[in-house]
Every structure is written in structure tokens, then in C-alpha cells.
Write a protein that binds this ligand. Sequence first.
Ligand SMILES: Cc1ncc(COP(=O)(O)O)c(C=O)c1O
Length: 384
Amino acid sequence: MRFDFATPIDRCQPWPSQKWQRYEDDVVPLWVADMDFRSPPAVVEALASRVEHGVFGYGRVPDSLRHTFCEWSQEHYDWQLAPAWQVWLPGVVPALHLASLAFAEPGDGILSVSPIYPPFLHVARRTGRIPQTASLSEPLTPGGPWQLDLEALEASITPRTRLLLWCHPHNPTGRVWRPDELAGLADLVERHDLLVVSDELHCDLLLDRGARHVPLAVQCPQLADRVITLMAPSKTFNLAGLTTACAIIPNDTLRQRFEAQMRGLQSDVNVLGLVAAEAAYGQGDPWRHALLEVLRQHRERLVSQASQWPGVVLSPPQSTYLAWFDLRQAGLGDAPQQALLERAQVALSDGADFGAPGFVRLNFGTTAQQLDEALARLDQVLGQ
Ligand SMILES: Cc1ncc(COP(=O)(O)O)c(C=O)c1O
């Protein structure tokens, strides 16, 4: 293979990482959502050349990055972006909070679904707004897909609801929302006059062969003036530590409000992150395709292993490198993440943080060797 996704890399020495240093050395860490792979060679080379320049003063978003991202968007999502719609900033989570401040007033409702990537659940309170959460529907059959429950979502809306925080594809279930689900969502958004922040951070990692991401703003063009789309190279190309993301806001008024809200709260763009983003979107696609092959193999491995564990249910993720396990019937008590940490020395993410106690999220963006080691350890506990 042209790219190396097999050789384990030391992520403790000399450069510490959150993932590998939160737990004891003998724990296999499959929790926080970054991967144990080097970024594409083209990205590493572009960064080396930028570092060689040696001057790291305040940067500017280069026009070449805006154009490269327009081309990526056209090619991958059939979405003709204007360069001016792109607001580059140091993170998707900051963008969620800024949107709450910019588009809702204190006391307004911020709507989301659960389970969900934990920061979604904290945005409202952290910004003085009111959290409103509706549950997704659990799979109808074990291992089937999680479903959007539009009725529950609508029932959570009040006259003060302003903003829907949406995740597409969805972390943690890996669901890629179908066109009919998005159409139903758009209808509800329009009827209740909401704005939507569509976090599409995982959109370049659709796992089913031939699957193509359709942004909410493309699937439902009637929402174009209501959607703030968040994208970034960070998950796809393993660049989270370079803190670079993009808010795509076609509506001029919304974009100006968002940018005004950034002032003083948001640090400048990261000069290395911008270089990495341009190299990733410009030259990283062959690497991404190779990565997807590895992730597909890992997904198969997980599904086959999980089918041998009594009481464990896994709906195969349609996207990204996160697997969402239902362990409520696995005999591990009501804190399965802790039980697996203690008994298997494998660190997973705790479903309780996502609004779903009894579940865990496993990050399979790691080497086959590491994944095998983790599965062997989990098998000792779950395979009984
Ligand atoms: C859906 C989603 N949004 C946002 C983030 C974090 O983005 P950032 O590091 O740019 O704040 C993650 C990280 O896992 C995520 O899964």
C-alpha cells in the first residue's frame, strides 16, 4: 500500500496526546475522536515547508485555500460554494457556541437530538440559552439503523426555540441521514422559523462504497438562508490539533452577525492549520480513499466480533471511525464504560456523556494491531 496505516506510532513520546495519556499506560485508548495515523504525506510536506519559512506571525486565509475548498466541495458534494461564504476559524465546537450567541438571545431555546456528541448538550447552558433535546428513535431491530424521530423533535420546540444544532453524518451513531429524513427536518425548520447549524465534520468519511455526502444546504435548498454548515479537514485527515475549521454561511446578514460575534472571542486562524487544510483538500484524496478501505475492514471486524458477544448490540456505522455499542443487556451494570476500563483495560467513550447511559463509543481509527489487541481484551469480558 502507498500509505502506511499499519505501523503503530508512539503518541506519548516526545509529543503527548490527550488520547494516549488520559489513562494508565496499560490501557488501550479507543475514546476521543482522533486517529492513530499520520496525516497524508502531502500535508506533512506542506507543513515542513511552512515551518522552514520560520515566521509565524498573524496569518490570513489565502485565496488559494478558499478556491481549493470550493473545488473540493464541487467535486465531492456537488455544492457550488462561493469563496466569500467561508468563515475560517479555529474549531467546530467554538462555532457551535458562537452561533448560539449570534443567533439566539438569552433565554431562547437551542434544540438538539440525543444521543449526540457531548458539546452539543452544553452549548445552550454555556451561552445562557435553554437546552431542548429530543431523543432519536432506537433501531427497530437490533443492529438496525437509529432513526430520526420528527414527532419528538417537534414536541420539544417552544415559541422560544431559535436554533437547531444538527449533526450530519451523526456522531455517535454514524448515521448518514436519508433525503426523506432531511426533507422532514427542513419542513419542521421552516414551519417553526428556526436556524440550523449543520455540523458536517464527518462528511468525508462515508463508509459504504459509492456513498456520497449531500450537505443539508444542498439536499434542502429552501434552507439556504437558514443554514450554517460546519466542515473541517480535522477528522478526515487527522488534523484536529491544528485547530482549523470552516463555517459556510451563504446568507450575508447571518455571516456578518456570526463574524461580529467572533471578534474578541475567537483567536486568529492557525497559520499551520491553513497550510495543512489546503494541502489536505488539494492533494489528500488518494490518502482518504486508502483510509476508507482500512476503516471498512475495521468496521467489518467489529461487526463480526460484536455478533459473538451476548447482549451486545452494534448498529454498523455508515460513516466515520466511531462505533456506538448498546451494552444495556451485556451484564456490566449501569456503568459499562467504567467496567470495561477496569476489567478489560480498554478506554471507550461513556455513552452517558452523549445523553445515553448504558452505551459506549469505540474509536476504530487505529492500527489493526491496536484494534485486535483491544478486541481480544474486550472479548475476555464480553464473550463470557
Ligand atoms: C460532530 C463533531 N463536531 C465537532 C467536533 C470537534 O471539532 P473541533 O475540534 O473542530 O472543535 C467533533 C470531534 O469529535 C465532532 O465529532
